[in-house]
Design a protein around this ligand. Structure first.
Ligand SMILES: [Fe+2]
Length: 380
């Protein structure tokens, strides 16, 4: 038995106006300080008809478990009927967890795909609406969350189908002012989700439909969006959520394992991390007959010749959006290789490593890191 779980989506110019139709008297907006300063909270508030609107703007990048717990307390105090997560992936993840914790006093790590929240007393009292302000994480459309255990300096990855937002609002005004660097980084994250989701062992007809279309849209629009093309920016906003709907119902793979471990150690933006490893991992897949077939199929679907031309196209996009095409453009050689043992160890223990069409062992992971550093074509 398989599930395909996605939120409803309202999209287009003025999509945020939909909030006028929501019948909630007590609303909590979850966001961060910079988005509040940009005036986005006021923009959202304009469309809410409610007696009480509370704002929790304390979400930090790579949010901690404590932040989610504090946010849940505010939600409980307000007795929120509607939680609006306005922001990027961090905000979404805190919003998702806060909706659960406002009703259940449990350790967030106990929120797993196998936990029956309703048996524990969860009644889903609050509706959760996502309004993404970046076009990449797909967190508005997935049921996983990434939080940080600050005491033990590690990431925790709670996930439960009931965590998924009920609705995502894709209104382009919230991505209009995205800095180009963020457009490029988050766009590569979306592309990685779409490709990894389309080759993961748990892929299915429903996830394929989302991932394949997302790949096509991103290959066509990322560079244009980077240069400020408004229509392309809107298309990218759709594609990021579609990729989320896709990989959220299959999985991501080795690119994310390498990216997670590298990013956590060197504190590099997630999109940059996965982007820089993507073409090298795809080369590694191409050297495996079964995986190459999958990539050939995706490439042809997207109007390209074969898997190799997909890799070439990705390098081209990275150059055209001023992204690093090898890791040596991000960190120094000594610093990198001094840390490599630890980074390899984290990557090999990352859950995404097993949800790949070709699973590397420790030695291959080390070599992938090495090849990606020097920009060498992967020949194993
Ligand atoms: Fe990602």
């Amino acid at each position: 038995m398989w599930w395909f779980v996605v939120p409803k989506a309202v999209f287009g110019d003025d999509a945020v106006q939909h909030l006028q139709n929501e019948r909630a008297e007590r609303v909590l907006i979850v966001t961060d300080k910079s988005l509040k300063e940009l005036g986005y909270v006021d923009e959202v508030k304009k469309h809410i008809k409610a007696e009480k609107i509370e704002v929790f703007d304390d979400v930090e990048p790579e949010p901690s478990i404590e932040t989610a717990v504090r946010c849940a307390k505010v939600a409980r105090d307000v007795d929120a009927q509607l939680i609006i997560a306005l922001g990027g992936g961090s905000v979404m993840d805190v919003g998702k967890m806060a909706r659960i914790l406002m009703e259940l006093d449990i350790d967030p790590e106990l929120v797993t795909p196998f936990t029956d929240l309703y048996e524990l007393g969860f009644q889903k009292k609050a509706k959760l609406i996502a309004i993404p302000t970046t076009s990449g994480t797909g967190a508005d459309a997935t049921w996983a969350m990434v939080l940080t255990d600050t005491k033990e300096k590690r990431k925790v990855l709670p996930a439960n189908r009931e965590a998924i937002p009920d609705l995502t609002i894709l209104d382009y005004r919230f991505v209009e002012k995205m800095p180009p660097k963020l457009v490029a980084g988050t766009g590569m994250d979306a592309l990685t989700h779409a490709i990894e989701g389309a080759v993961a062992p748990w892929k299915n007809d429903f996830s394929d439909a989302m991932c394949e279309k997302a790949i096509e849209i991103i290959l066509e629009n990322l560079e244009k969006s980077y240069k400020g093309d408004v229509e392309a920016r809107a298309k990218m906003h759709h594609a990021a959520t579609m990729a989320g709907m896709g990989f959220g119902n299959s999985q991501v793979g080795v690119v994310h394992s390498l990216g997670h471990a590298f990013g956590a150690y060197f504190k590099v933006h997630h999109g940059i991390c996965v982007g820089v490893f993507l073409p090298y991992v795809l080369q590694y897949y191409i050297n495996d007959e079964g995986s190459k077939k999958l990539l050939d199929y995706l490439a042809v679907k997207a109007g390209l010749k074969d898997a190799e031309s997909l890799v070439d196209r990705i390098f081209e996009i990275m150059k055209n959006t001023d992204l690093p095409t090898k890791v040596s453009e991000i960190v120094g050689e000594k610093e990198y290789f001094d840390a490599l043992e630890e980074v390899v160890n984290h990557a090999i223990n990352d859950a995404c490593i097993i949800t790949s069409p070709r699973c590397p062992g420790t030695e291959e992971v080390r070599k992938l890191y090495e090849y990606a550093f020097y920009g060498k074509k992967v020949d194993f």
